[in-house]
Design a protein. Sequence first.
Length: 453
Amino acid sequence: MPNDYFSDMAEMFEPSKTAEKSEALKGIRVLDLSHMIFGPKAANILAEHGAEVIKVEVPYQGDYWRSATYWGKYWKHSNPMWHFINHSKYFVGIDVKYPKGKELILKLAEQSDIVIENFASGTVEAWGIGYTQTRVVNPKIIYASLSTFGQSGPSRFFPGWDLLAQGASGVISSTGYPGTEHFFKVPDFYGDFYPGFFAAMMIMMALNYRETTGEGQYLDICQAEILMRSLFQFTYSSATGEELGRTGSQDPTTAPSGIFKSSDGKFFALSIGTDEQFQMLCKAMQKDDLAEDSRFSSALERLVPENAGQLNQIASDWIGSRSSEQILQIRKTCRFPLSEVEDDVQISQDNWRRQRGSVVEFDDPMYKKLVMAGSAAMMTKTPGRIKWLTRPLGYHNRYVLKTRLGLAEEEIRKLEKEHVVGTWDYRVGQRPPVYYNMEEDKLFHYDGEGDVE
């Protein structure tokens, strides 16, 4: 029976069949007015699941994250992370500073189900494309404003980024080791990505409410408050009057636990939660007597700080006396929680993840092959997917303006001359790869015939 079950699971979630299946959000249109990471990632999750996401940027400038790569590392004249955050969207260059630009954005909002923005509180309202203006043309709109400190309260005008959100939420205060004054930022924009997923969930709640009532609504999505929900420290402190304290690399609910180094410099995570798991660890370490020791025989006793410290040292010595290959061999047969600490290169090349579709080598018509994270949601009927990588600034201008707003070619050219709409300049991140022939790109030069995608 288990073999049948796992065979069925493999068949139901077979990544190669994703393109044949339905999309959960097909028919939903999202107007993405956001920039950088927090807002764009929320919109990207909706795009992965079939929503038509139209990302609006300022012509010849674009989203700053187009060019803001890690240490100036570019790939085919683009920011690799930009593809991760903004794939499967349509890219339109419209300048809201011009009255006609604002008019175009409001027309797109009128036809949309969702609007997402993450500028400083009150900014889009001042531009004339905020919730109060949009709901006039589209009363059923779901309008999501994403910010670090929210749209109300005394901190609403403070500037903010991922690092500020981590600090204000309390996340940073829980990092580091006991007895030190060193704190650590959770790396790689956790404060943007985690709230971005949360924001997408809130938008789906509002969408479901509209499906049952016909009513749209305004969402004030606060980055620092979302991150606070990943912690329970303030609840613990209010109940006990004590600080929970910092635990470094250890799990405070299991012992032994931590990150330990092998003899050849690789790292492994170990977390023993149950008595059975501890007994199996003792057997693997050839220290069966530890399981009989009254200090360690029960999970509660193992959590006594002095006992946990001793066990962590024993585990550290055991892993430290073995090579990573020896530890990996033990992992194949052990029945306790033990895993290698993998880096990004290992993850991108990992066969297990590729078989599941959580890592994919996507072949894009413009950029060719790029290893990307697949959809986080494993769904049998409506799996998420990557449809294309990002495109140069304003790449979809003609396609969107002609098919969604009904503009003629002459009208678009007039708007271009007036600088209301536009594309890219030659800065890296905005432009297409030099090898790509834009003159032959039918979608960029869309003539109004057919629904080319």
